[in-house]
Write a protein that binds this ligand. Structure first.
Ligand code: ZN
Length: 688
């Protein structure tokens, strides 16, 4: 049952556009009423135009806003007297409609109007809601939906057969209403609901009332038979199920990422598991999408993986995924060929939604936010299929109807408005020691360039603070923190596992965790020596090994960057343990470069020198020891290093981040086994 969220104390002071904003956000707050990005609301009011004339304005949601978060700026105002003459037209293409409505804007700076604007303009009501509620779409996708709607609502509701939104649909609804002036709502087959009221409050209540009457009817029928035909496959035992997934996700990401890398999201919520485990779910899912708004982000059908975790092995899951993806791509190609118009080339043929009985649902997107939106929309589709199959038989959109939406010029136009993708878009990067110093600068730079950044650090609190900062600055789930002690195999395996379970795979690994110590050889203890080697050599080996294992499964290449040191090539006195461990790191990188080439894995090294700012190393006794070695005071270190460099500069964490960005990006696609000095110029470290 949809809850009434109207609070009179909140609404009473509002009028005009603010009241419309309030109602819209209430509708959007409940995703069973208005799915993400879907639905639109409107209001008609008398305003004064730029020449001081009175005019009636239609305020309607602009394209690209979401009702849940819409503000005044999300609405666009159009002069109604310019729009209404269109009612008498015979034909109007989408392009003509869009161009015409652009002339009706009250202010040229307002956002482009919703595709469904004419539906609001042609109906003579002050307040109108158009939503895509689960219970109504369940009726609207039932084989006998029109008759069922008649049983529930009698003559109160008008039934409108499916056509794609636009001029014809708006005109058809308007003419039906003229013939049935007593109607209180319109159900759009395979699409949604239109409701109205004299005030914002009565409009909202009408919307909820219609939704809930349909919901009650569905609930009263649901008891008659088991949901989704009963349970076919039991949810996988844990942790075995997730262990299988951790192995399977990189394989899947590789299989769907040949043309462009994707970010994956796993959904194991009870409602989703109930669906993927159901007896009739395969047939329901594969019969097609319920609503144009869903399929733009879920595609016409999901990939259904025929698998039973209680009967089959991990190897069988990997085979089923690989085979499933290939078959899906072939079928998508066929769907495209059968329906194509010459206008648009075929999209990426891979699934957005992958359903795995016993294990859950995976969704894919160009970033974590889009993968999450696909998940949210398929969760809505599940509720629609549940409702429709509970009262009748689910009757999805046809392939031709779906294609008409997927390759609709107006939807394609929206894609052209998107900004170009950043340099590291679609990349997942794990950085060790990322909570401070060079690692933190790298994480910030990578996130700025579009990467999803995993902050791996022994200091989990510091890592979490940085991950929060990056999500705040760059968007939903763009960063995550994992605890990682690079000297522990278990800790590294777990950090990689969490990365894979969150994003589906991995593209870039920067081994950066470090520490330093300085003593003359006679007083270097064995434990100090071992500590340097544990972190700087063994730690880099363990991280690299885990990265290679992931990349070999994923088959999308890989990019490993070691942050070494100038000291790896030119020794500074009295730091034998540190220097030797850094030299080992450097030689390991070269070996790995030679070894990874056949899998498209690149391995490169950055050698910074004297990066003091933000560094934990330089806050330690290392600073005092180095100052003593150079015969200066500890606070003269920065100055000393600057003068030591040929360019007479200090090196900052951001300088290392810039070099790492180059090596992580495709600009260095043909560079591997290389060493890039970022040291201000130290002749002793010149490569030879
Ligand atoms: Zn709609």
């Amino acid at each position: 049952m949809v809850m009434n969220l109207w609070v009179e104390e909140e609404a009473s002071g509002l009028n005009g556009l603010d009241e419309l904003v309030y109602r819209s956000t209430l509708l959007g707050r409940d995703r069973s009423v208005a799915n993400w990005g879907g639905g639109n609301t409107s209001m008609k009011s008398d305003e004064v135009d730029f020449r001081g004339r009175q005019t009636t304005v239609l305020w309607v949601k602009g394209s690209g806003s979401d009702l849940a978060t819409i503000t005044r700026q999300g609405f666009t105002g159009l002069r109604l007297e310019d729009i209404l003459p269109l009612l008498d037209r015979q034909e109007m293409s989408d392009a003509e409609m869009t161009a015409y409505l652009a002339h009706c804007l009250l202010d040229p700076g307002m956002p482009r109007q919703s595709i469904e604007t004419l539906m609001h303009a042609f109906l003579p009501f002050k307040h109108i809601d158009h939503t895509h509620p689960d219970s109504i779409i369940a009726l609207a996708t039932s084989r006998h939906g029109e008759a069922i709607a008649g049983d529930i609502f009698g003559n109160e509701v008008i039934w409108e057969p499916y056509i794609r939104p636009g001029f014809k649909l708006a005109q058809s609804i308007a003419s039906k209403l003229q013939k049935h002036p007593g109607a209180g709502a319109v159900i759009l087959a395979k699409h949604g609901l239109i409701t109205w009221g004299d005030t914002s409050h009565t409009c909202y209540e009408k919307t909820l009332q219609i939704i809930n009457r349909a919901g009650e009817y569905i609930a009263s029928r649901a008891a008659d038979h088991p949901v989704f035909g009963g349970v076919k496959i039991a949810a996988a035992a844990q942790p075995q199920g997730d262990q299988m997934l951790a192995q399977a996700l990189p394989v899947l990401r590789g299989a769907i990422g040949k043309n462009q890398h994707m970010i994956l999201q796993l959904d194991q919520s009870p409602a989703t598991l109930e669906f993927v485990n159901g007896m009739s779910s395969r047939q329901l899912a594969l019969s097609g999408a319920a609503c144009p708004d869903h399929l733009v982000h879920t595609k016409y059908v999901p990939l259904w993986v025929d698998f039973d975790p209680s009967q089959q092995s991990e190897t069988e899951l990997l085979a089923a995924l690989q085979h499933g993806v290939e078959e899906y791509a072939e079928q998508y190609q066929q769907y495209y060929e059968e329906n194509k118009t010459p206008d648009y080339p075929m999209d990426d043929p891979y699934p957005r939604v992958i359903l795995m009985p016993g294990l859950g649902m995976l969704t894919t997107g160009k970033d974590a936010r889009m993968a999450d939106i696909s998940a949210q929309l398929f969760q809505r589709a599940i509720q629609v299929m549940r409702g429709a199959s509970g009262i009748d038989r689910y009757a999805a959109m046809t392939p031709a109807e779906a294609f008409g939406v997927e390759y609709w010029p107006l939807e394609r136009y929206k894609l052209t408005l998107l900004p170009p993708e950043c340099e590291l878009a679609r990349q997942i990067a794990l950085i060790t020691g990322a909570a401070s110093g060079i690692g933190r600068a790298l994480a910030r730079r990578f996130a700025q360039e579009g990467a999803h950044v995993v902050i791996a650090d022994i200091d989990l609190n510091g890592a979490q603070a940085l991950a929060n900062e990056l999500c705040e600055a760059h968007g939903f789930m763009r960063s995550m923190a994992v605890a990682c002690d690079v000297t522990s195999e278990e800790s590294i395996t777990e950090a990689f596992r969490q990365t894979i379970m969150t994003y589906g795979g991995l593209d870039v690994v920067v081994s950066n965790a470090g520490l330093a110590s300085a003593h003359e050889i006679e007083s270097t203890t064995l434990s100090e020596w071992n500590k340097m080697f544990d972190v700087l050599s063994t730690g880099y080996f363990l991280v690299a090994r885990e990265a290679f294992r992931t990349w070999r499964k994923q088959k999308l290449g890989g990019n490993l960057i070691f942050i070494a040191s100038k000291n790896a090539v030119v020794p500074s006195k009295k730091a034998g343990a540190y220097n030797a461990a850094k030299a080992a790191e450097l030689h390991l990188a070269r070996t790995l470069a030679a070894e990874g080439g056949d899998a498209g894995i690149r391995v490169n090294v950055i050698c910074p020198d004297a990066v003091i700012q933000g560094s934990n190393i330089w806050n330690s006794t290392w600073r005092e020891a180095r100052a003593k070695e150079y015969g200066i005071q500890p606070d003269e270190i920065e100055n000393y290093f600057r003068q030591r460099s040929i360019l007479n500069v200090n090196v900052f964490p951001e300088d290392i981040a810039e070099a790492a960005l180059f090596l992580a990006s495709s600009r260095s696609a043909k560079t591997t086994g290389a060493m890039l000095m970022v040291d201000g110029g130290i002749p002793g470290a010149f490569v030879r």
